[in-house]
Design a protein around this ligand. Structure first.
Ligand code: SAM
Length: 198
């Protein structure tokens, strides 16, 4: 196990924006790979009711994260694994958050993201794009210090290069994809209204 990135915390305002950008809700399972003091996992759970898993190599940060989860009353919804994020199975995740170096994503996580994430899983990154992937949204958000930070939103199944060659998405897959993307927003009706005005 080795520490591949130092601890730098995501600003709270950025985390709030992540919940909106990825439309996180109670049905989601959020993973933060390199979860620091646990703020992303604790806050997203507190704000949306989502379950969360933080993966962090530093045991002192795990202790802080668990204390924070209790303080915010989300200890039954979140857990923190003291592990190397390269060794964690991501198949349960519906949202993955990354605030780590470009080269670390490229060298250690890209293949895992491609192989383990389910279609429709959202990947949100702060400042650092996922190498070779196409974001569906790139959004600037002002942090507490007034500095504009950049968030990227990706969707597994359409953002990664291997998906661009896949033109065989089933109706079922597309329906699930739309549900995840738009939540419960009503689809616009294509029916032309009767004109009874004469
Ligand atoms: C830039 S910080 C981000 C913290 C948190 N995600 C946030 O946004 O506030 C990166 C974190 O990754 C952790 N880390 C570094 N290498 C790791 C590894 N191999 N496995 C798990 N965590 C690691 C560091 O200890 C640090 O807390």
């Amino acid at each position: 196990m080795s520490k591949l990135v130092p601890w730098i915390a995501s600003p709270v305002k950025v985390v709030e924006e992540v919940t909106k950008l990825a439309r996180i809700g109670p049905g989601d399972v959020v993973y933060d790979l390199g979860s620091g003091d646990g703020r992303v996992i604790v806050l997203t759970s507190k704000l949306t009711g989502a379950r969360g898993v933080g993966v962090e190599i530093d045991p002192a940060l795990i202790v802080i994260s668990e204390e924070k989860a209790k303080e915010y009353g989300v200890q039954d919804k979140v857990k923190f694994l003291q592990k190397d994020f390269r060794e964690v199975d991501l198949s349960e995740a519906t949202v993955v958050y990354l605030y780590i170096y470009y080269n670390v994503i490229k060298e250690y996580l890209l293949e895992k993201l491609e192989n383990e994430l389910k279609p429709g899983t959202r990947v949100v990154t702060l400042e650092i794009p996922v190498p070779g992937w196409m974001p569906v949204v790139k959004r600037g958000v002002q942090d507490e210090a007034g500095v504009v930070r950049t968030l990227y939103l990706y969707i597994k199944g359409i953002s990664e290069p291997s998906a661009w060659k896949n033109d065989e998405a089933s109706d079922e897959w597309m329906e699930e994809f739309r549900r995840r993307l738009w939540g419960n927003v009503k689809k616009p009706s294509l029916k032309v209204a009767d004109d009874t005005s004469g």
